[in-house]
Design a protein around this ligand. Structure first.
Ligand code: SIN
Length: 543
């Protein structure tokens, strides 16, 4: 376990004040705030190195109304409205209000921390437009290197302030005693250890590796949601997996993302005949659906993104220019083949407005969380924003002595009643929490065998639970998931636990997608094509 600031903490009995799982924008924002502002003893535990997180891959930017320009027609009310519209009726309005109101301060905090965003000749922040936004309001860095720049600034700050950094340490389960989370069990290069903490923040990101076609890195294996499901912690909205419309159609994974910023700058989608078929600036669920239907109608595996009219392409998008050239294209001189790819997990571990989960001592922020800000479909460039806003709020709530969840935000679907006008919750019919991990090192199955099973599983999920799904396709995927689980058996390696985590998350996704007999946001049922008012609730999975 290299570069632990204080690896003795892993084994000592002294609990950390806050143990952060994951090293993306949510976790690191919380770690920095907790250590710098409040002097808490913070540990960050991550299965790779600190710099390795999905945040680093985020391209487009951060949506925030910064009011740098007094003449701007934009407002946080408009940002709120766009977010609610994209969320297709399932956003928690209070959570979105928190997001849009507190976001600008968090962006300014990042700038103070040393993050550099793109500016025009007069030094004003450049603002881009993306799908679902009525106005340009996306701040960005290095064109499409926004996540990398934010990660760089936060990693530097965490390395300087955290009491302990545990790299190459993989949390496998929550430690729960007397109804409270008291740490995690982790696999390290020294074996299996228990890490004690007064508070644990799940900031483990998403689950893009559920699918064979994804923009997510190999780390995105749903670890946080799986641990929460196994511990019986309430999760919701897991059927809403967002597919990004424009990933480069190529064999290598993860697929290279062509940021929405390109469409915001005028790139056009064209079908096999070269014809436009959709408004490129609609929210991304609608664009992905239109592309998928066009591909099915035309019998093609991709459509085209026409970037030929984009001016100064290589200056505005230097990294994409380099990456497209490396992939054999000549940007912006030619159209690029694109198709939807799994991109973002809209649901997750249910939280209140301060990131508290249904288990006291356990908090969640970022993609792993269901805070209510995304509803059935996340608005472009709201994800980095969510991480920084809610990671910060978790720390303030811990400092304020909050114990357990309040009846606010998405948590109202678990604790509250629908009478207050918020989105209500219903238990997912027939749901039982997955059993404990069957951990039997040394690995029962060699990693090559796990990789083969993973590939079969991912193809089954793409076929059965992709952009378009039906009762039959979901049932077929569920049969495959059970079969793969049986073949995997007990696990004794990190690769094995990651696949076990994906299987637990997939079971939840398939069951929720099966139960939601309507089409809403990122969840499209070909056998139930309409949105149905009677389904305007969260499907809650808990013990
Ligand atoms: C993009 O740049 O298109 C992706 C940004 C996001 O996921 O919001």
């Amino acid at each position: 376990m290299p570069s632990s600031a204080n690896s003795a903490d892993l084994h000592s009995g002294e609990p950390l004040d806050l143990l952060v799982l994951g090293s993306g924008v949510a976790g690191l924002s919380a770690a920095v705030r907790a250590a710098r502002r409040h002097g808490l003893r913070v540990g960050v535990l991550t299965k790779g190195e600190l710099e390795q997180s999905t945040t680093r891959w985020a391209q487009g930017g951060v949506a925030a109304v910064l009011h740098a320009d007094p003449d701007s027609p934009d407002s946080t009310d408009l940002h709120l409205l766009d977010t609610l519209t994209a969320g297709a009726g399932l956003c928690d309005e209070d959570a979105v209000r928190v997001l849009v109101d507190e976001g600008p301060s968090r962006v300014n905090g990042l700038i103070a921390l040393g993050a550099t965003f793109d500016r025009d000749g007069e030094g004003k922040l450049e603002l881009a437009r993306e799908g679902g936004h009525t106005l340009p309001r996306i701040v960005h860095a290095g064109g499409t290197d926004t996540g990398a720049e934010i990660e760089r600034a936060l990693v530097d700050a965490v390395r300087a302030t955290a009491a302990a950094i545990f790299e190459h340490a993989f949390a496998t389960d929550l430690l729960v005693e007397a109804g409270r989370c008291r740490g995690v069990r982790a696999v390290t290069t020294d074996g299996v250890v228990d890490v004690a903490a007064r508070n644990v923040l799940l900031a483990t990101g998403g689950a893009g590796q559920l699918y064979s076609v994804t923009t997510n890195p190999v780390e995105a294996t749903g670890d946080g949601v799986a641990m929460a499901l196994r511990a019986g912690v309430a999760c919701a909205d897991v059927e809403f997996v967002q597919f990004h419309p424009t990933a480069v159609h190529r064999a290598t994974m993860p697929r290279l993302l062509l940021s929405e910023a390109l469409r915001g700058h005028g790139a056009k989608l064209r079908d096999a005949r070269g014809e436009r078929f959709v408004d490129e600036l609609l929210p991304r669920d609608q664009v992905s659906r239109a592309i998928t239907r066009r591909m099915l109608d035309d019998g093609t595996e991709h459509v085209w993104l026409d970037i030929t009219e984009l001016e100064a392409f290589d200056q505005r998008f230097p990294t994409l220019t380099r990456e497209l050239r490396a992939a054999g294209f000549d940007p912006p001189a030619e159209w690029v083949p694109v198709a939807p790819a799994a991109h973002y997990f809209c649901g997750g571990v249910v939280t209140d407005l301060d990131g508290a989960t249904s288990l006291p001592g356990l908090w969640a922020a970022g993609e792993v969380a269901c805070s209510g800000v995304h509803g059935a479909n996340r608005l472009a460039s709201n994800s980095l924003l969510e991480g920084m806003v809610f990671g910060w709020r978790v720390v303030e709530a811990i400092e304020a002595g909050q114990e357990g969840p309040s009846t606010t935000g998405a948590m109202r679907a678990v604790l509250g009643t629908a009478a207050d006008g918020a989105i209500g919750g219903r238990p997912l019919p027939g749901w039982t929490s997955p059993g404990a991990l069957a951990w039997t090192p040394p690995a029962a199955m060699a990693d090559a065998g796990v990789a083969d099973l993973l590939a079969r599983f991912q193809h089954g999920m793409t076929a059965g639970a992709g952009v378009l799904r039906s009762a039959d396709s979901l049932d077929e995927a569920a049969v495959l998931v059970d079969k793969v689980r049986g073949e995997l058996g007990p696990v004794g390696s990190v690769a094995g636990v990651q696949l076990a985590n994906l299987l637990d998350v997939a079971t939840a996704v398939l069951a929720a997608a099966r139960a939601r007999e309507e089409s809403r946001g990122a969840h499209t049922r070909s056998d139930h094509p309409d949105r149905r008012d009677e389904f305007c609730f969260r499907l809650v999975l808990s013990r």
